[in-house]
Design a protein around this ligand. Structure first.
Ligand SMILES: [Ca+2]
Ligand SMILES: [Ca+2]
Ligand SMILES: [Ca+2]
Ligand SMILES: [Ca+2]
Length: 345
C-alpha cells in the first residue's frame, strides 16, 4: 500500500501579507478497488417514483470468514421493488438477480509477498437465496459448531442462515424461532448477554410501516418528498435467548421491560461499564440513543435478568418503561449492521 502523504502547506503569511497556499494531497489514502477485485454489486432500492419510505434506507454489509480459511469474506444485502412486480426502468436500474450475495475472498499471497486480492461470487453454490427487501446483517456462530452463521434483517422480518461448514447455508429461520415476525429489522447483533457461552440475538427494529399506510409528505417548497422518521411510530426491538439447541426464545417482554423502542438503526455491544457483563448500545433515528445494561436488575435477582438503561439526567419518558441515557454524540447509527460477535466467557 502506498504510504499516505501528509498534507503540506507552502508559502505562508509573511510580513507582506502573502496568501497561504495549501498543496493538494498527491495520493489518495483509500482507493476504490471493488470492481477490479470482483465485488461486482449494485444495491437496488426499488425506487419507483412513489417515494416509499424504505427506499431511503441504505443496505448493510458483513465481513466474516464463512469458510474458515483465515480471510474475510463479504455478504451484501439487496433490495427489491416495492409493490410493483417488475422493476421499472429508471436512472438506477437493477443489475443481475435481486438477491443477497456472498463473495468469497480468494486472496493470494505470492512468495515475494505480493498480494493479489480477488473475490468470487459464491451465492449460488452457497445455496443462499434471499429475495426480499433487506436491511442489515449480523454474523456469529450461534450453534457453536465453529462456523459463522448469518442473521439478515429486512422489511418483513429476519432470516437466520445456518452455516453447514461445507460452503453452504441452510435457512433455519422458522425452526429457530428468531423470525422477528412483523418486524422491520435494520440492525442486529449476536451477543452472549447471559455469559452461558451461547450467542443470543438482539434485533433492532425500526418503524411500524406498511406500503398501504405510506404517508405522503411535502418538502418546504411544497413538493412531494420523503417523510422524516417521526412520521411513523417506532417499533419495539427484540431480544432472543439462545436455548442451545438451535432455537431461540423471545425474551423481549421480560428482559427489556416492555420492549426497547426504536427507531433503531444501529447497535453495538461491549462491556461499557466494565462489570463483566456485556451491554447493548442502540442508535435510534431522530430520538435519543439507548445504552442498555443489566447491572441494576442483576443486582436484585440472579434468576430473573432484565435490561435497564443507565440512570438518566433527562426528564422521564412516560411511555417507556425505562429512563434513557442521553447519548453524548448525535446518532451515528449506521444503516449497515454488520455487528461484532458476542463476548465469550
Ligand atoms: Ca474466508
Ligand atoms: Ca455455526
Ligand atoms: Ca447466551
Ligand atoms: Ca456491563
Amino acid at each position: 500500500m502506498p504510504k499516505p502523504e501528509r498534507r503540506r502547506t507552502s508559502g505562508g503569511t509573511g510580513a507582506g501579507g502573502a496568501a497561504t497556499n495549501v498543496a493538494k494531497t498527491t495520493e489518495d489514502w483509500f482507493v476504490d478497488r471493488a470492481k477490479e477485485t470482483g465485488l461486482d454489486f449494485v444495491h437496488f432500492n426499488g425506487m419507483s417514483g412513489e417515494l416509499y419510505y424504505p427506499e431511503i434506507m441504505a443496505p448493510g454489509v458483513a465481513l466474516f470468514d464463512y469458510d474458515n480459511d483465515g480471510d474475510l469474506d463479504v455478504y451484501v444485502v439487496q433490495g427489491q421493488m416495492l409493490r410493483h412486480e417488475a422493476p421499472r426502468p429508471g436512472r438506477y436500474p437493477p443489475t443481475g438477480p435481486l438477491k443477497d450475495r456472498l463473495f468469497r475472498n480468494d486472496l493470494v499471497v505470492q512468495e515475494d509477498g505480493k498480494r493479489i486480492l480477488h473475490f468470487t461470487d459464491v451465492t449460488e453454490q452457497s445455496r443462499i437465496d434471499i429475495q426480499s427487501y433487506g436491511m442489515g446483517v449480523a454474523t456469529g456462530d450461534f450453534n457453536n459448531d465453529g462456523c459463522i452463521d448469518i442473521y439478515r434483517t429486512g422489511l418483513s422480518g429476519g432470516r437466520l442462515l445456518r452455516n453447514n461448514c461445507d460452503g453452504t447455508f441452510t435457512d433455519v429461520t422458522k425452526q429457530s424461532g428468531a423470525e422477528d415476525r412483523g418486524g422491520w429489522g435494520v440492525s442486529a447483533a449476536f451477543v452472549d448477554y447471559d455469559r452461558d457461552g451461547w450467542l443470543d440475538l438482539f434485533v433492532g427494529n425500526y418503524l411500524i410501516y406498511s406500503l398501504e399506510g405510506d404517508i405522503h409528505c411535502l418538502s418546504v417548497t411544497g413538493q412531494r418528498d420523503y417523510c422524516p422518521p417521526n412520521s411513523y411510530r417506532a417499533q419495539p426491538s427484540r431480544l432472543y435467548h439462545n436455548r442451545r439447541n438451535g432455537t431461540f426464545e423471545d425474551v423481549t417482554a421480560k428482559a427489556l421491560v416492555g420492549g426497547a423502542y426504536g427507531p433503531a438503526l444501529g447497535v453495538s455491544t461491549a462491556d461499557f461499564n466494565g462489570d463483566g457483563w456485556i451491554d447493548i448500545y442502540v442508535g435510534n433515528d431522530g430520538e435519543p440513543n439507548q445504552l442498555l445494561d443489566q447491572s441494576a436488575q442483576r443486582a436484585r435477582s440472579r434468576t430473573r435478568r432484565r435490561w435497564l438503561a443507565r440512570p438518566s439526567t433527562a426528564p422521564a419518558t412516560p411511555r417507556r418503561a425505562w429512563a434513557l441515557t442521553p447519548a453524548t454524540s448525535t446518532t451515528t447509527a449506521t444503516r449497515t449492521s454488520s455487528s461484532p460477535t458476542g463476548c465469550r466467557r
